[in-house]
Design a protein around this ligand. Sequence first.
Ligand code: BGC
Length: 377
Amino acid sequence: MKRLLSAVSAVYAMSLFNTGAIAQSANDGKEPFGKSPGGKEVFLYTLRNGSGMQVKITNFGGRITSIEVPDRDKNMGDVVLGFDSMSGYTAKPAANAYFGALIGRYANRLAGGTFILDGQTYHVPTNENGKNSLHGGTHGFDSRVWDVKQASTNSLELHYLSPNGEEGFPGDLNVTVRYSLDDRDGLRIDYTATTDKDTVINLTNHSYFNLSGPGSGSILNENIMIDARRYTPVNANLIPTGALDEVSGTPLDFRAAKQIGSRISGNFEQLKLANGYDHNFVLNHPGDLSAVAARVEDPKSGRVLEVFTTQPGIQFYTGNFLNGSVHGIGGTYTFRSALCLETQHFPDSPNHTNFPTTELHPGQVFHSTTIYRFSTK
Ligand code: BGC
């Protein structure tokens, strides 16, 4: 199995994190965003590109709170679910939906909250109805205050040191996430991580997209293409069985673009187990940032979202747990009123030796890149 975590020298790794003074230049778009539950002041940063795209990110959980891009008539509008205050993110049930957040140490699920590494069994919080560990545990990266290493007009670099043993995971883990905008309406996310002990990681961003705007109703009329010949089927607890099944002949075949809602209610066990789409797709071109991994088109607004990634998988989630109990920017977040495209390693990989490894060792540098690119048609 091809190893997807790249290793370069430890010297390079050190130079990434011992950069000395924090550069805080040229971002006039920094404003107070309130206090974290632990009482730390957090901020909201506005990134802009040369063509009018605007993205807001808070260092609380590294969360994207809004992305404004043009529709086919050149009207700017937000395309992600979010809140304009801290309390929106910390109140339940919104806090359990991970709106716009950076996810770690382990994105997606770890069965029973356990895994074996170097012959040792590790226990991490079972924060999903007591069954699995989901998205890093009870206090994952989504609820941490990230250090701002650099902020400019069109980029923001965040850093978080997750100490050895945090949420049960081994090793001091240094994580840097850099958000940057280009002038072709691309939002690029670069993730870098190093450890001082053998550990496992899976990092992603958990933005909920609705190309017609947050609070504008169902995404079932949007069309999606996913460049995946296989997916990882799940059991009733949404844990991969370990199989890598073909999408061919199933409602998970999105190799040619299909309307999201066209088969979602079909008589197919995987859709029933997840109450819709909530599956990891095995990308056909892992590591290839020039390949379109997924493409969403919204007939209403004319907006198009393309996802590019170096990661081997993508979780396509149709907001099946949204139920109208959360009110955020744009209105009420109803059932299936947004979709997530979480680029990632496969769920529960440490417990499946046939999946690409998520182990990270001292001296290695983990690096991945995802680009969300917007356009119209
Ligand atoms: C998971 C869903 C979960 C959602 C919010 C997604 O990544 O696959 O099952 O409900 O995150 O936690």
